[in-house]
Write a protein that binds this ligand. Sequence first.
Ligand code: A2P
Length: 315
Amino acid sequence: NSQYITLNDGNKIPQVGLGTWQNKNSEATIDCVYQAIKIGYRHIDTAAIYGNEEEVGAGIKKAIDEGIVKREDLFVTTKLWGTQQRLSQQAIKQSLERLQLDYVDLYLMHWPVALKTRSIDPSDPKNYLCIPMNPENKSVRDIDVNWTFVDTYLAMQHLKKEGLAKSIGVSNFSINNLKELFKHPLFKIKPACNQVEIHPLLPQDELIAFCKEEGIVCEAYSPLGSTSSPILTNETLVSIAERLNIDVAQVCVSWAVQRGYVVLPKSSQVARIEKNYKNLVKLSDEDFATVNGLKEKYGEKRFVSPDFSPFKTFE
Ligand code: A2P
């Protein structure tokens, strides 16, 4: 599967990428990334908060050192965590150091919420993982009320100019968040991508249509419904998968490819990483329509929810 989508800045993004959330700090993560590249993946998605940039970088380095791929043929994404929204230049430089790269292909603002700044202590490699909790209510993040995601984005525009990121974009942005960003007089560079949760029980039709109109490519995270997903055992999807002799995961990835956005299935098992990339099919009009209609049948479900306090809903 080597389809590419052209971004609004002219860069090309491979449509199927490897998600790495919840792959942590181990030789296994290095091997997953290395094996994925061997299988043919050219797009790897990580984030500072995943705590695995070193391993992702080591897997990439191993593949490059062995001559399996050249750096310029890979598309690597990482993300700016909320505690570093005031420090985006320092944050991307530290991500690049952990990844052992000179640039990332795509740098995303992870959430449209600035959390209180944690200074980055280079002597503590895991310091960037700090998520300050509100002392009164430990289940709530400590929001930085004097800094907005618009401020952060304006600073991120310079990261593209400096070449630290070939493209910049956002993640978990609603239509309202995007409209607010577009309003600012210093807003110059349209986000190339908006990475959000999209799967058959959360098809996000309205957001995808809005982004398309604005020239922003959506990227689907948790395209299988994340960990312990009810999607993978959904009876309708299981019956389609059985008839086509593939797994439900392949139905989900194929459906996403057919809908035309970037899709980032995550697995820590090499056999699944391979299937999620190689065993894709073109769904018949009937099966495609059935998957499109799952939300009506089973109700909308969001599996990744932000517990950032001022945001009661995604909108
Ligand atoms: P594992 O990592 O053990 O393979 P998402 O991409 O929506 O975040 O979903 C990832 C979840 O789906 C993980 O729990 C992953 O488990 C599981 N998964 C990934 N690929 C497959 C597959 N082909 N078949 C079954 N489960 C899969």
